[in-house]
Design a protein around this ligand. Structure first.
Ligand code: TYC
Length: 103
């Protein structure tokens, strides 16, 4: 908390004491020629809580356009998702690439 300012109303003081929202990072999936489509759909459902329909839509977007957004998160959450996806892909011998980008 900052120290109370002499002339602030309680409403203005509460507003001043609010924390800024954390900077957000976009998690992006990249296309490749080898990762099976159903594996990508599974990844989007498992790590990004998408429905099968939503996951299929994003997978096809990545397949056709080269990249697609999985979601937008604070830095530590985005970083964890990138690592989880990358580890899971490697465990299954797929080259699937997942990156994060600052906004
Ligand atoms: N291009 C892949 C294929 O034809 C499918 C794919 C989609 C791979 C999305 C990666 O992020 C990806 N099997």
């Amino acid at each position: 908390m900052t120290k109370p300012h002499q002339h602030d109303s309680p409403v203005l003081e509460a507003r001043r004491n609010k924390l800024a929202p954390p900077p957000l990072y976009t998690v992006v999936l990249l296309n490749d020629d080898f990762t099976p489509m159903d594996f990508v759909v599974h990844v989007l459902q498992k790590f990004f809580s998408m429905s099968r329909e939503q996951a299929t839509q994003i997978m096809l977007k990545v397949h056709l356009e080269g990249r697609g957004v999985c979601g937008t998160y604070p830095r530590d959450v985005a970083d964890t998702k990138v690592k989880q996806v990358s580890n899971f892909a490697r465990e299954n011998q797929h080259p699937l690439a997942c990156i994060m980008e600052g906004n």
